[in-house]
Design a protein around this ligand. Sequence first.
Ligand code: ADP
Length: 257
Amino acid sequence: LQANQVQTSGNRPLHKVKHIIAVASCKGGVGKSTIAVNLAFTLAKLGGKVGIMDADIYGPSLSILVSIGNYATLQLLNGFYWSSISVKLMSFGYINTESAIMRGPMIANMMNQLLTETDWGCLDYLVIDMPPGTGDIQLTICQTISLDAAVIVTTPQQLSFQDVIKGIYMFDKVSVPCVALVENMAYLEPKDMPNKRYYLFGNGKGQKIADDYGIPFMESLPLDPDLCRWSDSGTPAVLVVSESKIAQLYHALASAV
Ligand code: ADP
């Protein structure tokens, strides 16, 4: 891939944030926001100071995936209390529950304000849940802040990964390394048959994209009805990406930044 053409501005208004990671898919509905939330909370559980910014103004998800009411209440899930884990959250959905009926420049303004005027404080990681597409708003994000790395989310279907490839090219043009590819909803593992995997949409697509585009780290996640239930109830999904995988992702990020 050839990097250049669109240059990042190189300035960093979020100067107390050590690493900024974009989670992107370019296609809606593949589980990008779910993975972004899970990544943020798992990084925090592993000891990092973490924030997550929902950059989708037209269709914010963070306020649904992490309901502040639930977050404030002690919830014991998989053996630990989420409320003891502190993640800074920002989404247009926390501010305004009505739809954002705005033209592009206003959206870009709003996004900039939420991103750069939020008091994130000192963070090890700021995870940015990118809106779908490769247009104005995505470029605004890339040019306003220096992203350190991108995590790409896809599902195994052709429709998903053809958009994902556009996203990989976009990050390449703005010189942001894609350090990980997550193939979500890759298979179904029935609870009563734990060793049986059904690859409903075909097998091996994620690995092929990772190989073709030189993305160093690939993880396949199953279709998981529990995950969907947690998300719908506004409770952060628990360790969809296992801790050992997150540790590997840490290494991939560390070598990329
Ligand atoms: P995106 O950000 O790509 O639009 P979301 O993260 O909002 O996608 O996920 C869309 C829906 O799919 C949500 O209801 C979410 O709970 C569900 N979902 C995501 N990943 C999985 C999964 N691995 N198994 C089951 N449901 C999932």
